[in-house]
Write a protein that binds this ligand. Sequence first.
Ligand code: EPZ
Length: 430
Amino acid sequence: MEQYIIKGGNPLVGEVDISGAKNAALGILAAAIMTDDTVLIENLPDVRDINVLLDAMSEIGVKVERITRHAVMLNGSGIGGVSVDYELIKKIRASYYLLGALLGKYKKAEVPLPGGCNIGSRPIDLHLKGFKALGAKVTIRNGSICAEAEHLRGSHIYLDTVSVGATINIMMAASMAEGRTIIENCAREPHVVDVANFLNSMGANIKGAGTDVIRIWGVEKFHATEYSIIPDQIEAGTFMFAAAATKGDVMVKNVIPKHLESTAAKLLEIGCEVEEFDSAVRVVASKRLTSTNVKTQPYPGYPTDMQPQIGVTLALASGTSIVTESIFENRFKYMDELARMGAVVKVEGNTAIITGVDGLTGARVSAPDLRAGAALVIAGLAAEGITIVDDIVYIQRGYENFETKLQALGAEIQRINSEKEAQKFRLRIG
Ligand code: EPZ
């Protein structure tokens, strides 16, 4: 099992290029099969979740041609069946996007119930509510969701909870339904907008993505397109907090600064300098950071996917901070690991009370999920001594070349596969 070994203490300094947004890419790849024409997708992140989805798509007959590491040509004309039965697909949450895409295109889909990071109970009732409102019959059979309709008809759908997945999934199916669909209380995340823009570039008629009401006029057919995915705001935010926690100076490049506003606001609040450029953000932490309170919320609020990164940073800030997780109930598992590095934390329900300490010390910790895993790497980079992070397979789901990008900023981090490699690292580092 691969691990990261880290020798902490170096401030991160330099420039880092951000990859394409994983969560936008997952929706866009699924949506690309809705046309029989060939689609070119660029700025694709080379991460595990994306590669698993591409494998699953190729399994059902989609022609997948990886032109470069970051570009893929897809052709969905050869899809042999609407039943996705592939072991790996169960491991990624976004397999559910194939439901909306296949249902929209073929009016029929069968996809295994999704897995994904264990960050709390992750129902998909709202996705199904949307499909049903469009006229589909939805059943669960042998662990799979089956959705089927004679005709999909536009409808008026209210989402009881703001959900990224449900918004994207319903938007995909509705874009090929007859007539107009209105989705209310939509998620406004940048990746929702990116999937809508992509669908529109294939001929869909979607208006209002990025607001809480999306209107969709169904069309019969989509056509070829070429599309470049937006930068990953969570990867960008992770590097911004890595700069802050290590008292560094990092220029985070290839980003859309507007998407990073809540992250930048929190960094400013705790005492960092944040400078905004057209497509870059520079974060400098030159003094001891101070405590703050933060509550995760749907966009444009502070993202749940950035909660562990601010959590580890606040563990080193002066004063007491309160972090409230309001989206997923199981996203504080990293706090026990952080405590083993010397953090003073107390979790009560969906609230973590963090009393900042002067320093953390290296320990062997385990990544409980993707973002918490990345946050523990940040903790290791800021800590004194050696940290080993287990279960980095989670981190590889969503961060491209994580250790290489960190090394280029001066971090002493290495991916290892054995105790021998760990020893070598220790000898090299001295
Ligand atoms: C997406 O998950 C992201 N995943 C998550 O990123 C992210 O944490 C989350 O949105 C919130 O921003 C992908 O895009 C693949 P939701 P998703 O539906 O769509 C409740 C990462 O680290 N809900 O917006 O599954 C749900 O329980 C990952 O990259 C229902 O009640 O999240 C939660 O409380 C992890 N019923 C809230 O809505 C439903 O049918 C928001 O979830 C659907 C959701």
